[in-house]
Every structure is written in structure tokens, then in C-alpha cells.
Design a protein around this ligand. Sequence first.
Ligand SMILES: [Ca+2]
Ligand SMILES: [Ca+2]
Length: 294
Amino acid sequence: MSLRRRDVPVGSLDAVIGVAAGAAARRRDEGLSTDNSRSANAADAPDPAPRTHQDFRPAHLALVLVATVLGPLGCPDSNPPGPPQLDGDISRDADLSDPLGDADGDGLCNGSEQMRGTDPLAADTDADGLPDAIEVQLGYDPIDPSSPDRAALVILHETADSTAQAMVSDVVRGEGETYTGAFESLFLRDSDTTAATFYTGSVALLANPMENVAFVVPEEERFSGVLGMTQLVFEVRFAFGTAAPRACTRAYPFRYVIKRDDGSFVGTPRFILVVGPPGATLSDGPWCAPSACF
Ligand SMILES: [Ca+2]
Ligand SMILES: [Ca+2]
């Protein structure tokens, strides 16, 4: 019996994020659409002052990304590119007696699957396109298809000219302060590669309305002299460049930290950079396999 995860064309996931004021996410890989949008709240930073306004999205922190291609995450870089291991037929009669075994080859051991309530015979229990182990590894819920938010996925192809952009948008109520953004690559167990491997830079892209900002320093990711309800948009850029293709999909977490000049956090939205071969899909991969189940 086939236990393939739900078919989700790469193209439907690879774009992402829309920006509240119509800031379009740009993508350069041909043939890939970018129709996703996302709002996200800072998960691990102090909640800033209320910033709602009818002219903006309801969420006080709206993020946007744009991507270029598709994939999974969290493969140990020590693993050589391998054949698809997370899709295909898995027998429902597979032996689950060994808690340290991995009947579905998703990287979560049988015992761990039982403990977490995931299906030990399905690599992607919630059928959201991300293997169970990847979700666990990155702190998401493997039995909740809404976790992670699809808009948090930034997709990059394993081709020299592939690029991906994440647009991060936040609405602030300024009183003349300066707001600065910064990219932060997050640690991924068992991997020497991180999102920083593909990161090429971030810029302060635009403000809406622009007249609310005294001046913008794009390369310093800075908006200064912000007055009134203002949407600030930053762009985070990635490129595959000369990195070594692995012929399987993996994922690297990162976040974008926005701070006021008094040091307070405005937002720290998290994203997942998904890197995979051209033509791969989230649902069928192939995803890179962990070196050992956990
Ligand atoms: Ca498993
Ligand atoms: Ca999943």
C-alpha cells in the first residue's frame, strides 16, 4: 500500500509571502508561482506595543517571503545524496517491535513515534509535506498540518542561478525611533550547513507610507525617524550559488529579528529555508534521510 504523502507541487509552495501593502515578493526562478502570504507573530520576543491599523493587516507582525523552489529539511550533511527514502510503499505489516528501528524511514524511531503519537508507518503523519522527523527537529507539531505555516517556507533550488527572497513586514507605531532588522541562522542538529550557507544579505526595502520615515539605509537594514503607524518591509535574500547539490531536500531554520533603537524586540519571525533539487516536491521529495533515527 502506498503511503506517499499528499501530493503538493513544489510550485504551489515555493513562493510565499505577501506583503501587506502590496509589496510583491520577487522571485527569479522561471515557472514558479509566488502566491502564498503569511502573517506571523514574534514567538520568542517581548510583545511590542499594539500596532493595529485599518490600513494594514490585522496581525501586528506580517511577514512575507518569497521563494524559489521546494523541499525538506534537516539532513545531516555527512550523508551522501541518497535515493528517495521517505516515500514509496511501506508495508502496514512492518515490524514495529524494535523501538530503535525506523519502519517508515522518516528519521523518527518507532519508539519515538509511539511516544509522540505519530504514525510509525507514515513518513509524514499530518500530510503537510514535511517529514515527521523534520518537524520535530525544527520544533513544529508533526500531527498538525498547519504547523509550520506554509508561508514560513522559503524554497531554493539546487541550481547555480537559483535565488529566493523572504520579505518580512512589520507594522509599527513610531515616535521618531529607528528600527533595524537582522538575519539570524538557527542551529540545526547534525548539520554543518545552515541557512547562513545560502544567505546573501538583507535590506530595508520600503516603508508604507514612505513619508513616515525620515530616511532609510537599505544595506544597514535600518529605518530611522519613524513617525506614526508605518509598515516596514525588509527583504532577506538567498542564493544556491556554488554550494554542492545533494539531490535530496533538506530544511534550515532561520529568523529575522527586528529591534527598536532602545533595544526592544519588535518581532522575531521564524522561517524555514528549504533547499532541494529542481523538480522535487515537498510531498514526494526525495528528502534527505537522517544519519540515524532519534
Ligand atoms: Ca519512523
Ligand atoms: Ca508533516
